[in-house]
Unconditional design. Structure first.
Length: 532
């Protein structure tokens, strides 16, 4: 390896050689297991120090940037992505094994640009900052930038919509006027580089501070911890494994840094007896389709199904197993996918689950694993609730046969925190009483409760909550998807007590800065001027 042969990092507004890198890596085509072109540096402390210094310089410029400038960047970046859909999708497909069409070019990239544009709209609207004015007490407050860099660490399974340089965390951090240091995922470095090129062009086009967006491809673990705990860093966004997230959480919280984590979720699906009597085969088909999307590599993929263990419940389990066995195994994201999936299955079987179908890697040119169904009784689950909630990240589903609906409720009460929870019930009212008992137990365990619907779709809607109780995330009060709510993770509440009117930020002055922004004035949400 020679430094001159390595890809450049984006630091301080310039593409430059990594300084004293500790090593390098290449992308891998998971469909062939072959190395892809491009040698990417594993950055050293020197790169981190330069990025932190540059981000600190950008803080002041972003703090004072007009909202229209921030919104203009997000729109400009979205337009540049739209103009490069084909090369972006082709690159991501090579690095992840995900299909160009429809997954990448027709679903994920439009979602990504939609997020950017929704972020821009929230910036222009300005109501997200929750300006609150108490004229009698002479106190005013609103949300403002954090005053430091936001480090974003993206996952492998969404190379665009959760990318450290384009995803929802990125949008929220920029919209709240914080510079971003993106730590790319080693599974798709070339895709992230392409996005960073477009983001850098957009920064220059609209005139934001040069270090608004920076990119480091990879870091040794100890230097990654040093980055997120540095004084110049104000907050961290992370999407990935529970093991990795918990290590970062401990380090960040030890340094007093807020960290917003999305880690693991088995997304339980409860199917009540009336629903099985009515449409068992259809629900089995829906479950299979949901679990097979992207070879099961969605954070909202259903990994746990609970039914009553009677004749119709056992028939349903057989339908699901047969449907799984008929699915052609999809390509997994990379070389680490099979060991991780095998580890999850070992944990499940080690706590009493039995494999019904699948359970083994697939021999072939790429990374693939047999679609897997496991089973356990309700009594087994209640005896080993932690072990039988182990996430097996891939197309794997544990079907639990409960003794009766009362035991289904007990299972819900023993769940860990999840992103989603689904309840299927009959189309009439026969399941209503059982639904009420079950929903009461399930509601505090999940961020999003679904009825008669599988959980894999995550709409970019202002009403969406893509979050949930621990260990699905690090904090149940925030969402990673949905604007403007997602912005509040990367903002600080600032209070002004008897501050002279001309010294107040525009959002808190008597005159409504846009004429349409919503502010709480003496306890009433209003678009009027103070005193108007």
């Amino acid at each position: 390896m020679t430094t001159s042969a390595l890809e450049l990092v984006l630091v301080g507004g310039n593409w430059r050689p990594a300084e004293a890198p500790s090593g390098s890596f290449t992308g891998v085509d998971p469909s062939t297991k072959g190395a892809l072109p491009g040698d990417f540096p594993i950055s050293s402390r020197a790169d981190v120090a330069r990025a932190l210094a540059a981000a600190t310089e950008a803080v002041a410029g972003l703090r004072d940037a007009p909202p229209e400038l921030i919104a203009g960047f997000l729109d400009e970046y979205a337009a540049r992505i739209d103009a490069n859909v084909e090369p972006l999708a082709a690159c991501a497909a090579r690095e992840t094994g995900l299909a160009v069409r429809p997954r990448l070019s027709e679903v994920e990239l439009p979602r990504t640009t939609n997020q950017l544009r929704q972020g821009a709209a929230a910036v222009r609207d300005r109501s997200w900052c929750h300006a609150t004015i108490d004229t009698k007490a002479g106190i005013r407050s609103c949300y403002e930038p954090l005053g430091g860099a936001v480090v974003v660490l993206g996952p492998n399974n969404f190379p665009f919509a959760y990318n450290a340089i384009a995803g929802g965390d990125f949008v929220a951090a920029i919209a709240t006027r914080n510079p971003v240091i993106g730590k790319g995922h080693p599974g798709h470095p070339a895709t992230t580089r392409m996005l960073a090129v477009l983001a850098h062009e957009a920064v220059r086009a609209v005139g934001l501070p040069p270090a608004t967006v920076q990119l480091l491809y990879h870091l040794p673990p100890e230097i990654g911890v040093e980055l997120i705990t540095a004084p110049e860093v104000a907050a961290i966004g992370f999407t990935g494994s529970r093991a990795g997230g918990l290590k970062l959480k401990a380090a960040a919280e030890g340094a007093g840094k807020p960290i917003y984590l999305e880690m693991s979720s088995v997304n339980p699906v409860f199917v009540l007896p009336g629903a099985l009597r009515e449409r068992s085969a259809a629900i089995a088909t829906e479950l299979t389709a949901s679990a097979s999307a992207a070879a099961g590599q969605f954070c909202t993929s259903p990994g746990l199904t609970i039914v009553v263990d009677d004749d119709q419940g056992r028939a349903f389990a057989g339908q699901v197993a047969a449907a799984f066995a008929g699915v052609t195994p999809g390509t997994l994201l990379g070389p680490g996918s099979i060991p991780a999936l095998e580890g999850g299955l070992r944990a499940l079987t080690g706590h009493g689950a039995q494999i019904v179908t699948g359970g083994k890697p697939v021999d072939g040119p790429g990374y693939a694993f047999q679609p897997t169904v496991l089973r356990a009784s309700g009594a087994q689950f209640l005896a080993e609730p932690a072990g039988l909630q182990t996430e097996a990240f891939g197309m794997a589903n544990l079907i639990v046969g409960a003794r009766d609906v009362a035991q289904m409720v007990a299972i819900a009460e023993h769940l860990e925190g999840n992103l989603t929870g689904s309840i299927y019930s009959d189309a009439g009212t026969a399941d209503d009483a059982d639904y009420a008992r079950l929903a009461t137990a399930l509601r505090p365990k999940v961020g999003r409760l679904l009825n008669d619907k599988m959980p894999t779709g995550v709409a970019v809607s202002p009403a969406m909550n893509h979050g949930g109780p621990y260990p699905a995330t690090g904090h149940p009060g925030f969402t990673a998807v949905g604007f403007p709510a997602a912005l509040l993770r990367f903002a600080a509440l600032r209070c002004y007590d008897h501050v002279r009117p001309h010294r107040l930020p525009p959002d808190l002055q008597d005159r409504n800065p846009t004429g349409t922004m919503w502010r709480s004035i003496d306890g009433t949400w209003s678009q009027r001027d103070v005193g108007g």
